[in-house]
Design a protein around this ligand. Sequence first.
Ligand code: GRG
Length: 281
Amino acid sequence: MNLSDYIQHHTNNLNDTLDSSLPKEAVSPHTIHRAMRYSVFNGGKRLRPMITIASADYLGIPVDRVIYSLGAMIEMVHTYSLVHDDLPAMDNDDLRRGKPTVHRMFNEAVAILTGDALLTQAFELMAAIGSYKKNGDMVSLLNEFTRALGSKGLVGGQVMDLEKKNVPVDEEDILFIHRNKTAALITFSAVAVPVFFKRQHFIADMRDFGESLGMAFQAGDDIVDYTKDGNEPSVVNVLGIDGAKDLFYGYIDKARKAIKHKKEGMYLTGICDWIKEEFHL
Ligand code: GRG
């Protein structure tokens, strides 16, 4: 199967899992369930679940409801982070993927609660995963997940990002923001399967893959979003456009090199190429 058919096929199945894991709009209170579904089914690329699915293929683990549920759990957290990031107290954005953000479509309180509910729903799904596969390493999975999401991961990266607006930044600050705000969840997406399925000898390479791809992804995003008078902390401000591009390509290369078994890892390396094409640098 070529990469675009692979992504299409698994996106359809992943969307079915998301659909069956989220409360229906008919469930009361309707507004929060409408808002949760609005934010999740709003045209995201599903990059992080695709990494998780391709990592299962890499390890020779069948892509079944456990894997789709891991992917859905990650996508719920990713969506929560975007809904909160768009809020007036953070980036104050009116549009996400070309459509009104959740606080614009509903209101600010609903948007805060939508993020909270998606984050919580992810843990409900994690509990379901434990019941589908009873001999998985749930404790290690939980440890990796909470570490990626909390103040030493996603939240910490977001805090640093907010603190570094309109102030001079150095390379260390920027890499800290990228590693936590963006790469932490992408890294979790890459290690979730080997951790839960106890394939210890794959964990280090998959961590290297996820972290490198995550760092490349945020460098690419900074380059695409760069505006000279912008107040956002950006890698372009500290390295210049050429330096930022070198960083991007260097990390993509590092991610590819972490995949030692090229045949089984063809979809993981394919995802690296997909990211390269996405940014058109
Ligand atoms: C609010 C706790 C909290 C964290 C927010 C993830 C994040 C931290 C903020 C989102 C804004 C941002 C620029 C994040 C960097 C990562 C990024 C470029 C996210 C967009 O990811 P895509 O392109 O999104 O995978 P789609 O739309 O495809 O789902």
